[in-house]
Design a protein. Structure first.
Length: 157
């Protein structure tokens, strides 16, 4: 299934027919001033909020959402962050990811967040190399849900 551009409004409901779970990996990142604040918000927040609302209406059981450490802080922090820390994003990107997290929580759909982890390219269909210490396969992320056994057919280190 080809999903329309996240920069445009999407009617998610027909795309969610018979969908039980969603793994959301899409977004715009690391573009700085090349992307307007409005476009970061449109793609990383509004599209996610619309998806979450449609998922709740369609009876989707669970959403796995890759967020970002940018939703919690700037590029550095004076202490180790925890879930108890108040979010203080410093960029339009970080603010858009935090707004998406808030929208997902408000939707009522069970949501699992993976912030600061990278998905291994051969499982996500992306190109490039992640730092081994931060590498997380999509299969491992899905297994973390409720003991679901999900496997990636290719494995490299």
């Amino acid at each position: 299934m080809r999903v329309p551009s996240l920069a445009e409004r999407i009617d998610w409901e027909p795309l969610l027919a018979d969908v039980a779970n969603i793994v959301h990996l899409a977004g715009v990142a690391h573009k700085g001033a090349a992307v307007s604040d409005e476009m970061y918000d449109r793609i990383n927040h509004v599209a996610v909020a619309d998806l979450a609302a449609a998922a709740a209406k369609s009876g989707v059981a669970r959403i796995v959402f890759t967020s970002s450490i940018g939703s919690q802080s700037g590029s550095s922090c004076e202490h180790v962050l925890s879930e108890a820390d108040e979010p203080r994003p410093t960029t339009a990107y970080g603010r858009s990811k935090l707004a998406a997290e808030i929208a997902l929580r408000a939707s009522g759909v069970l949501t699992r967040y993976f912030a600061g982890a990278r998905v291994r390219p051969e499982c996500a269909g992306e190109h490039g190399r992640a730092r081994p210490a931060r590498r997380l396969t999509m299969a491992a992320a899905i297994r973390r849900l409720d003991g679901v056994d999900a496997r990636c057919s290719r494995s490299t280190t």
